[in-house]
Design a protein around this ligand. Structure first.
Ligand SMILES: Nc1nc2c(ncn2[C@@H]2O[C@H](COP(=O)(O)OP(=O)(O)O)[C@@H](O)[C@H]2O)c(=O)[nH]1
Ligand SMILES: [Mg+2]
Length: 470
């Protein structure tokens, strides 16, 4: 549990192990005084100019109360005076040689003199508790440390520099403003005055809805970038879904047979074309059946469709459109608007029997791709089309901030439903207190992201994921 005391804490801030140098941080009211006892340089640390490295010696304790003149390390020390430091407290950093033994000795020396070992993330926690950064900025620190791509760095920096928090604060304060006016209105209930014009309220609600929705969509995009787009193959049995997966993978991963219903479970493969990553899911064919194994397979197919970023709907060109194809269509219909769908007619190497006009009607004349998975015809074009669509979906030309944190996403979703409920309540002419209650909900959820209102449990969870010394 993170301690809210302002005692003096210390930890090694560089990774464990041997290295050229290691850095030990000390933060708190005694940071300078404690370090000064063991450091000898040209200038005393209490008189050192802040932010400037001082060359000197750091002496270790050899027994509980004595330091030996021989046993020391040559170090650089730097002082940051409160409030101009990472934690806003007095801070010292000791840059010593990166030996496990030396770092251990220095920490032991400082702890013996009265410092306490810092908990994971405790320096950043202090920066948060002391108001230097808000919660989403603290989380950005952890993200930055873990960043593995240009995009992740850019995004965590936007968050760290407060771009995201500032936007949320603005949205939140607009809500706070209407809520306070509405509360005033409730106080003067008998006089039937309207302090907030309902139209103005709709305007603000619309604005918040649009912004929050955009953030939520950015979460999906970020997820595609990070994990790869989820592409799900659907169609009735035997149309060549598994063959198509194999053709796309250029290897025989999925089992292909002439017996319908061979793929009873979901198969996932990861493919990378031109640096775009995607995950292809081969599924059990959709058909009317009483076989319990097939029924379970179809249930999983449907569950997967809900999570898909793209659907590849496959038909067999060599047979006519039948009841099962119809069933496939019923299943994908709800996704026609929201998901990206590519319609594929497979087996173009065989004489064609399918009524293309039926599919054209279903697809509202969107382009249908004709391929032969068996003879590898049209497959690379299909791959390219997929990539173009994925890239169009994830592209971020304006360098927009992307929400990547699941905690933020959850709070944003709750805030979104609350403002939508508020709109409903106003439209139905409910009294002010119902509007206030929904808007409070939205305010609270936006506030949770920046840590304006946060439970201790949430805080502990967040900071526990940090490394020691950060
Ligand atoms: N002639 C021809 N046969 C194909 C083609 N694609 C798949 N098949 C055959 O159709 C049958 C079913 O293929 P499969 O990939 O298992 O279909 P799924 O049930 O949709 O996964 C197999 O015998 C495949 O060899 C194709 O493009 N042309
Ligand atoms: Mg199959």
């Amino acid at each position: 549990m993170l301690n809210q005391n302002n005692d003096t804490i210390t930890a090694i801030s560089t990774p464990e192990g041997e290295g050229a140098i290691a850095i030990i941080r000390i933060s708190g009211p005694l940071a300078i005084e404690l370090s000064e006892k063991f450091f000898t340089g040209k200038t005393k640390l209490s008189q050192a100019s802040p932010g400037k490295l001082q060359l000197g010696k750091f002496y270790f304790l050899t027994s509980p109360d004595s330091r030996s003149p021989e046993i020391h390390d040559q170090v650089m020390a730097v002082v940051f005076n409160a409030p101009h430091s990472y934690t806003t407290e007095d801070m010292v950093e000791i840059h010593c040689h990166g030996s496990r033994f030396i770092t251990k000795k220095i920490i032991e020396t400082l702890v013996n003199a009265g410092a306490r070992l810092a908990e994971p993330g405790e320096f950043t926690f202090r920066a948060f508790i002391n108001g230097r950064i808000d919660l989403s900025q603290a989380e950005a620190v952890a993200d930055l440390i873990k960043a593995g791509s240009d995009l992740e760095i850019k995004n965590s920096l936007q968050q760290l520099e407060g771009y995201f928090s500032d936007n949320l604060k603005k949205l939140r304060s607009k809500l706070v403003e209407i809520v306070s006016l509405l509360e005033l209105e409730l106080d003067f209930a008998e006089e039937e005055v309207e302090f907030v014009k309902r139209n103005r309220m709709f305007e603000i609600i619309d604005e918040i809805e649009v912004s929050v929705q955009r953030y939520l969509q950015s979460f999906d995009r970020a997820k595609i970038m990070r994990e790869g787009a989820r592409v799900v193959l659907v169609g009735k049995p035997n149309v060549g879904k598994s063959s198509l997966l194999n053709a796309l993978l250029k290897e025989n991963r999925a089992i292909v047979t002439e017996f319908p219903g061979t793929t009873r479970d979901v198969l996932e493969e990861q493919v990378s074309i031109n640096d775009t990553r995607f995950r292809i899911f081969d599924t059990a064919g959709i058909c009317s059946t009483t076989n319990p194994i097939e029924i379970e397979g179809i249930r999983r197919t449907k569950a997967l469709m809900k999570e898909a970023d793209f659907l590849l709907v496959v038909y067999d060109g060599s047979s006519s459109f039948d009841a099962d194809d119809e069933l496939v269509f019923t299943e994908i219909e709800p996704y026609l608007q929201s998901s990206d769908i590519i319609f594929i007619i497979n087996k173009k190497d065989k004489p064609q029997k399918i009524q293309v006009e039926i599919i054209e009607k279903i697809t509202h004349n969107s382009r249908i791709v004709k391929v032969s998975a068996l003879e590898n015809v049209g497959i690379s074009e299909l791959g390219l089309q997929l990539i173009t669509r994925i890239n169009a979906r994830v592209s971020n030309p304006n360098g927009e901030y992307l929400v990547t944190n699941i905690r933020h996403k959850k709070s944003l979703s709750l805030a979104l439903s609350a403002v939508r409920n508020a709109r409903g309540v106003i439209e139905q002419g409910y009294s002010g207190e119902f509007i206030v209650s929904e808007l409070h909900e939205a305010i609270e959820n936006l506030g949770k992201i920046i840590g304006a209102i946060t439970s201790e449990e949430v805080l502990n969870n967040i900071f526990a994921s940090f490394c020691i010394g950060k």
